[in-house]
Design a protein around this ligand. Structure first.
Ligand code: SF4
Ligand code: MG
Length: 336
């Protein structure tokens, strides 16, 4: 049968004043219950757009979405607003980077967690409030009974992020989409929040999509990894496979520019040269070719002319041979 979440040939295009933005350009992936998929890439790689598409959250007047998004057998693309509204919160919930945009400054934290619960379950006000307090306790808010009466500005950034996680979990979603959930937080709080997500997943058995620009964030949290570039998947595999033997030059770049905690802080990081392409005019062939150091090893103009494909399962979208990928990584990248 089909996976719990099954995305096939997803294309998302926005019409803007400057032209058509190809935000997602042919993306497929699967996710099972109880598993975490990390989607990694620079900003503008299409990872957030992918997350929003699963929730059906694009403005349809400026967006063209093609392809198939099946969530537990329910088609999400083309589903009516009423269906989507029911699925959001209930079946799927989202955690954003910025808790201040997700939480209203005018209502107490307790009310913002209990109201969606009331709406979805028809629970009494009292029962919903009790549920909110319970969830605040679960995400590690001290004195949840008291703090439920606070307004968002009375919470620290880390506590607001926890409250947003409580809000996302209140209706027991089966899929949680977390878009840069820890980016605004300092390193210690970041680690606490990621641990919390892992614990909650154990407890609730939900599937998680963790969207981040930081490979370090997914390294300890995700089971599977999808590396995106210019709206496409460039590498996929289990976290273990991708971190141990990455195959794509873009993934090599992400790895070598990742700060290493154990190393000397003064050690210069190797950033990927150049910038991600404009999605108004994605480069021909392999979209990474203007920034890649290996087209000569592929030979001729193949990298500029021919789009490399990626299959389902472990693999990468790159014309280098399997042997070249292995030897470049082990001889040139790894010894660093
Ligand atoms: Fe680099 Fe060519 Fe591989 Fe693209 S296909 S990543 S340009 S070597
Ligand atoms: Mg984003």
């Amino acid at each position: 049968g089909r996976a719990f979440l099954s995305v096939r040939d997803l294309y998302v295009r926005f019409s803007t004043e400057d032209g058509i933005v190809k935000a997602v350009d042919g993306l497929s992936f699967d996710l099972e219950r109880g598993r975490t998929l990390g989607i990694v890439g620079e900003s503008g790689s299409g990872k957030s757009v992918t997350g929003l598409s699963v929730l059906g959250l694009h403005d349809p007047t400026h967006t063209e979405t093609r392809g198939e998004i099946l969530l537990d057998g329910q088609e999400m693309t083309g589903a009516g607003e009423k269906t989507l509204e029911k699925l959001r919160g209930n079946k799927v919930a989202m955690i954003f980077q910025d808790s201040l945009t997700a939480l209203s400054p005018y209502y107490t934290i307790g009310r913002q967690i209990s109201e969606p619960y009331r709406k979805h379950t028809g629970a009494s006000r009292k029962a919903a409030w009790a549920r909110a307090v319970e969830l605040l306790g679960r995400v590690g808010i001290p004195q949840p009974k008291l703090r439920a009466h606070d307004y968002p500005h009375q919470f620290s950034g880390g506590m607001r992020q926890r409250a947003m996680i409580a809000m996302a979990l209140v209706c027991d979603p089966e899929l949680l989409i977390a878009d840069e959930p820890t980016t605004a937080l300092d390193v210690t709080v970041q680690a606490q929040i990621l641990d919390l997500l892992g614990d909650l997943q154990q407890e609730f058995g939900s599937a998680i999509i963790l969207i981040t620009h930081d490979l370090g964030v997914v390294a300890n949290t995700a089971d599977e990894l999808l590396v995106m570039y210019a709206g496409r998947a460039v590498e996929r595999g289990t976290v273990r496979e991708v971190l141990r033997a990455p195959q794509h030059p873009y993934t090599w770049g992400l790895l070598t520019s990742m700060p290493r905690l154990e190393s000397d802080v003064s050690e210069a990081l190797t950033p990927i040269p150049g910038a991600p392409p404009s999605l108004l005019a994605t480069p021909t062939g392999c979209p990474f070719h203007p920034r890649c150091g290996y087209p000569a090893e592929v030979g001729g103009t193949r990298c500029e002319d021919e789009r490399p494909l990626i299959g389902p399962g472990r693999g990468s979208a790159c014309h280098l041979s399997a042997g070249q990928k292995r030897s470049v990584f082990t001889e040139q990248i790894k010894p660093r």
